[in-house]
Write a protein that binds this ligand. Structure first.
Ligand code: ACO
Length: 325
């Protein structure tokens, strides 16, 4: 099997910023509540008319440039998203056309906040087994399009954005271990109830606000902490490593309290945890990848470093990955 690594990265965050002070004018909330309960101060939101593929495309262009590759070099495009432009076809197909990636197969992955880790895990297998040479994996969301701006329990949490990586064969380092999991018995505690085949769109579903994301946040909190802790332990064990080997953990950014509780359980000091939640909120599948892009850009990831990605979200699904940079 070939060694597979990340050879290019790029992110795009929409220009519009919604602060906690702005939210105070929309729902009954406060900067103090949002900051202390979540760690979020502001989030980026799309302009009217901007869709997930628009964000994904800009992130993808940057990642390709960073990898020194042309669109024609791509064999595979995967887009992790739960907010596609439309139910079908896939955002990945739109990106394939926009980029002009004539030789690439393309499909979407619906694994919510773990989508990017699912994506790199799938792409890695194609390259490791010599089926493909170069893959583009994107995590992109416009969660603002499924956010109920009248529900203070959820609307303060989410943001829009996209990040992309290019995976290719590497001589040294690269992806050491991946671990994916799912517990589908808890579909009900985080979902978007209508608009699919179970509850097709009707005037009643619209009136009942069923086209917005619903979440039992409190119930999820404990599960998120335990699951992310276990996923990190499992993937490191698979890699034959311990937490002292990890230079930086880049977790899914749902809640700073969840992240810090996981780090505490794992015995990883705060300085070795990367956060962008304060500036971006929870961007589901775009969170882990944009945090990775920013950590690299800020020089927090150096050649030879061991990084741990750890994500959890609706499904419930989870995924973790150990990479030697
Ligand atoms: N402003 C002010 N008060 C609020 C707000 C708000 N924005 N939202 C809720 N409250 C109130 C509640 O009404 C409640 O009031 P009450 O005690 O009078 O009933 C009180 O604050 C506490 O509410 P909780 O829900 O218990 O607050 P909690 O501390 O659990 O924080 C949160 C809520 C931030 C959602 C947290 O539970 C969380 O982060 N959960 C996990 C989310 C997660 O991991 N999701 C998975 C990934 S996302 C994905 O896959 C798309």
């Amino acid at each position: 099997m070939k060694k597979v690594g990340i050879v290019g990265l790029g992110e795009y965050l929409p220009e519009k910023i919604l602060t906690n002070a702005d939210l105070e004018k929309i729902v009954d909330t406060s900067d103090e509540w949002i900051t202390t309960r979540t760690g979020i101060k502001e989030r980026h939101l799309v302009q009217e008319g901007q869709a997930t593929s628009d964000l994904a495309f800009l992130a993808a262009q940057k990642a390709l440039k960073n990898a020194n590759l042309k669109p024609e070099d791509l064999d595979l495009i995967l887009v992790a998203t739960i907010t596609p432009d439309m139910p079908f076809p896939a955002v990945a197909a739109i990106i394939q056309d926009k980029l002009g990636a004539k030789h690439a197969a393309a499909f979407d992955i619906s694994a919510a906040c773990a989508g990017f880790v699912y994506g790199i895990s799938v792409a890695e297998k194609f390259i490791a087994s010599s089926v493909y040479k170069n893959a583009l994996v994107i995590g992109a969301e416009t969660l603002s399009s499924v956010t109920d701006w009248q529900d203070r329990n959820t609307c303060v949490l989410f943001g829009d954005g996209a990040g992309a990586v290019v995976l290719s064969e590497v001589k040294k380092g690269g992806i050491i271990s991946t671990y994916l999991g799912c517990d589908g018995s808890k579909v009900g505690i985080l979902n978007l109830p209508a608009g699919g085949s179970r509850n097709p769109a009707t005037t009643e579903t619209v009136r009942n606000r069923q086209h917005y994301l619903k979440m039992q946040g409190n119930e999820l909190f404990k599960i998120a902490v335990n699951t992310m802790t276990e996923a990190a332990q499992t993937v490191l064990k698979q890699a034959g490593m311990t937490f002292s080997d990890v230079d930086l953990i880049i977790p899914h950014q749902a809640n700073e309290r969840i992240i810090m509780a996981v780090a505490k359980k794992l015995g990883i000091p705060k300085e070795r945890v990367y956060l962008n939640i304060e500036r971006c909120g929870n961007m589901s599948s775009a969170s882990t990848v944009t945090a990775l892009c920013e950590a690299v850009e800020e020089g927090k990831v150096k050649k030879g470093d061991i990084i741990l990605l750890d994500a959890f979200g609706a499904g419930l699904v989870w995924g973790a990955c150990v990479i030697e940079w």
